[in-house]
Design a protein around this ligand. Structure first.
Ligand code: GLU
Length: 453
């Protein structure tokens, strides 16, 4: 069977056996297509049935989460944990609380996590979980009761050397705290079963900042390779969560100017550069909409989502040198990348998971726009989670500067590995291919070593 037929066969059986999981198919297809040169060079992956195995999670846990709201009414949500692959280490990956969450979304995230985690060079397997619960608009007490109910079931499936969840969209320090407290209450043990913990109780310094910082370090590596740097560059950033906020902060450190941010209700364009303190106040303290930013900074422009031109994201219509999609999946489509290109954007660096549609990626590659693919560019978050696990296991606490410097080194090594791998397969600079092949190869070889499991 030709490699193309092998890939087609896997895609077909995936679609047949997991109906309706569109985001998952998208993630699988992107990886399989880029593996083509490796599969041609190495028939062993076909021989050992690696593709057949790697697209099926080792275990999927789906559970009911029942909690009581402030009015005394019983509410019901669905909880998920997909333990995708443990070939190179215990399962590791975040939890997402968002109304859009379903099994297909958790599976796409878990699948990507396998290769991302492998790329970090650290011993962590891939997993993802979450719920269709929406923390937005809920009181702290409601979020706490939900988190406690969620952890009551999840606690049966995780452990320091088994599966270590963390945050993702809708899960930050507050949620991790409530879940950690509940785990401790149930087990009677103070264990590092979650990362992203508070710095007073086992968390690592720099973990909050890590995904955003890492994404900017990755962009700097790409530019350095071209003899360029971030200094003086105008950047557009989408999102206003953890990833976006610390991308903006690090861009200032590197003397670049971030001019946009966004949330589900709209976007801000501030020509003078986004005011980081205002952004943090609105999002981290008030948990409010970005509309508040325009009130504090009347010189900025606020565009509500319903006023975006059809089928475009207004963030990507703002002229920039570099775009940092840092919100969510499929937030940058073909229209958006055409707008960016027309306005002179030279690099797209992905802080979110799978933010560019397949058509947008094709356009990026065809038009030689520099590209930092998500699995490589946003791996700094999970890498720093592993540093948190290391500190927990050895009962140590490293300084902010120490963790930040390790993060920077890890991002450089991810870039170097992706770049070198792209060269090895005669497509120098195609970091998407390089990252996917490098991430896959380590996991696949480990699966072969471990036999029929
Ligand atoms: N949710 C983050 C990611 O997409 C972090 C996961 C973790 O720290 O385990 O990689």
């Amino acid at each position: 069977m030709s490699v193309q037929d092998y890939i087609d066969k896997i895609m077909k059986s995936t679609i047949q056996s997991t109906p309706g999981q569109t985001e998952f198919y998208q993630a699988v297809e992107e990886v399989l297509i880029t593996l083509e040169p490796l599969l041609k060079a190495e028939p062993k992956y076909d021989e050992y049935n690696i593709l057949e195995r790697i697209v099926i999670p080792e275990r999927q846990i789906i559970f009911r989460v029942v909690w009581m709201d402030d009015a005394g009414k019983i509410q019901t949500n669905i909880g998920y944990r997909v333990q995708f692959n443990s070939a190179i280490g215990p399962y590791k990956g975040g939890l997402r609380f968002h109304p859009s969450v379903n099994l297909g979304i958790i599976k796409f995230l878990g699948f990507e996590q396998i290769f991302k985690n492998s790329l970090t060079g650290l011993p962590i397997g891939g997993a993802k979980g979450g719920s269709n619960f929406d923390p937005k608009g809920k009181s702290d007490a409601e979020v706490m009761r939900f988190c406690q109910a969620f952890m009551t079931e999840l606690s049966k499936h995780i452990g320091e050397t088994r599966d270590v969840p963390a945050g993702d969209i809708g899960v930050g320090g507050r949620e991790i705290g409530y879940m950690f407290g509940q785990y401790k209450r149930l087990s009677g043990k103070f264990e590092g079963i979650l990362t992203g913990k508070g710095v007073n109780w086992g968390g690592s310094l720099t973990r909050t900042e890590a995904t955003g910082f890492g994404s900017v370090y990755f962009a700097e590596n790409i530019l350095n390779k071209q003899g360029d740097s971030l200094k003086g560059k105008i950047a557009t950033v989408s999102g206003s969560g953890n990833v976006a906020i610390y991308t903006i902060q690090k861009l200032y450190d590197m003397e670049a100017k971030p001019v946009t941010c966004s949330d589900s209700r709209g976007m801000i364009y501030d020509e003078n550069g986004i005011d980081l303190d205002t952004l943090k106040l609105i999002k981290e303290v008030h948990r409010n909409s970005l509309e508040e930013y325009a009130k504090i900074h009347p010189e900025s422009t606020y565009i509500p989502t319903h006023k975006y031109p059809e089928n475009t994201n207004a963030v990507w219509s703002v002229p920039c040198d570099i775009a940092f999609p840092s919100a969510t999946q499929n937030e940058l489509n073909l229209n958006d990348i055409k707008n960016l290109h027309k306005n002179g954007c030279i690099l797209v660096c992905e802080g979110a998971n799978m933010p560019s549609t397949p058509e947008a990626i094709e356009y990026i590659l065809e038009n030689n726009i520099l590209y930092g693919p998500a699995k490589a560019a946003n791996a700094g978050g999970v890498a720093t989670s592993q540093l948190e696990m290391s500190q927990n296991a050895s009962m140590q606490k490293w300084s902010f500067a120490e963790v930040d410097s390790k993060l920077r080194t890890i991002m450089k090594s991810i870039f170097d590995l992706s770049y070198e791998t792209s060269k090895e397969f005669d497509d120098e600079g195609n970091l998407m291919m390089g990252a996917n092949i490098a991430g896959f190869r380590k996991v696949a070889d480990s699966m072969i070593d471990q036999g029929a499991v």
